[in-house]
Design a protein around this ligand. Structure first.
Ligand SMILES: Cc1cc2nc3c(=O)[nH]c(=O)nc-3n(C[C@H](O)[C@H](O)[C@H](O)COP(=O)(O)OP(=O)(O)OC[C@H]3O[C@@H](n4cnc5c(N)ncnc54)[C@H](O)[C@@H]3O)c2cc1C
Ligand code: FES
Length: 253
């Protein structure tokens, strides 16, 4: 799906909120409608202008279908709390078409999706596209506790083989996503907190790619605020990422 150097066509659009509902502890789902054609590939993100916030806030695309875009977000601070207070019918200023997205051509027959917490959302649209190509998709979704679990049914409904892990063992398998890696997979796609990604990097036996959710400034390549050290020098997560190949990232100590 993503060719090397895929051109990014950023669009600024006003999208109408259709739904904004809580899903789990501090986790919300927002459904938006309008010109969402800028969001072309799974793994891309949007950058939202929120009242009272100087900087836009990046959120991954959970799903895109027709003129609808779905986001799933955790309320952690001013911006995401503002988002959770918004009502259906209100509009939101949105930059779409940001980021490189996942490379579907490397998936092989049995790709594995590894998501931790709010690293889960970008993997859903990816899972859908992989299933549409006839792939046998496994998904391991990791959370801290039962109250944090979301999207499990969404992944099951598109035909993924789903395992849920919780760190405290209150739901699914006790442990981390790396404690539940299935055998026989062909390639992995991982998104989650950095300690999880490092652990995946150490334990995964196949090649794969990581989607990073660094703090951002401008969100479109102008400020270097999101730089990440790679073996080819610094890369901007918002522009050359957020998806980077296994072996490319030089994790900070
Ligand atoms: C490419 C990309 C995709 C993302 N996709 C999602 C998504 O699908 N769902 C989701 O819930 N979040 C996602 N995030 C993270 C999201 O952008 C931040 O949580 C959000 O910007 C916080 O804004 P705020 O104003 O609520 O919090 P702030 O007031 O800015 O910060 C509150 C607290 O959260 C911390 N924080 C802020 N941003 C980040 C971050 N990126 N990583 C770690 N800690 C952070 C701050 O240090 C602070 O402690 C993504 C980030 C990136 C870069
Ligand atoms: S956030 Fe400005 S360059 Fe990436």
């Amino acid at each position: 799906m993503r060719g090397k150097g895929a051109a990014q066509a950023m669009k600024q659009v006003l999208l109408r909120i259709e739904e904004n509902v809580p899903l789990a502890r501090e986790i919300w789902r927002m459904r938006l409608r309008g010109d969402v054609s800028g969001a072309e590939r799974p793994g891309q993100f949007v950058n939202l202008k929120l009242e009272g916030c100087f900087l836009r806030r990046p959120i991954s695309v959970f799903d895109r279908e027709g003129d609808r875009l779905t986001l799933i977000y955790r309320t952690v601070g001013e911006g995401t709390r503002k988002m959770s207070s918004m009502k259906p019918g209100e509009t939101i200023d949105c930059l779409t078409g940001l980021g490189n997205g996942y490379d579907l051509s490397r998936a092989g027959d049995h790709p594995l999706l590894l998501g931790g917490g709010v690293g889960v959302p970008p993997l859903y649209w990816l899972g859908k596209e992989l299933r549409a190509r006839g792939k046998e998709v496994s998904a391991v979704l990791g959370f801290n506790s039962r109250e944090d679990v979301f999207a499990e049914e969404d992944f099951r409904n598109i035909g993924c083989q789903v395992t849920v892990t919780t760190a405290d063992g209150s739901y699914g398998r006790k442990g981390f996503v790396t404690d539940a890696l299935p055998e026989g997979t062909s390639y992995f796609y991982a998104c989650g907190p950095e300690p999880m990604l490092r652990a995946v990097d150490r334990t995964a036996v196949t090649d794969g790619e990581f989607s990073l959710e660094e703090r951002m400034g401008c969100g479109f390549g102008a400020c270097m605020g999101c730089s990440c050290r790679t073996k080819d020098g610094y890369k901007r997560i918002c522009r050359e990422g957020p998806v980077l190949r296994k072996g490319e990232i030089q994790w900070e100590k």
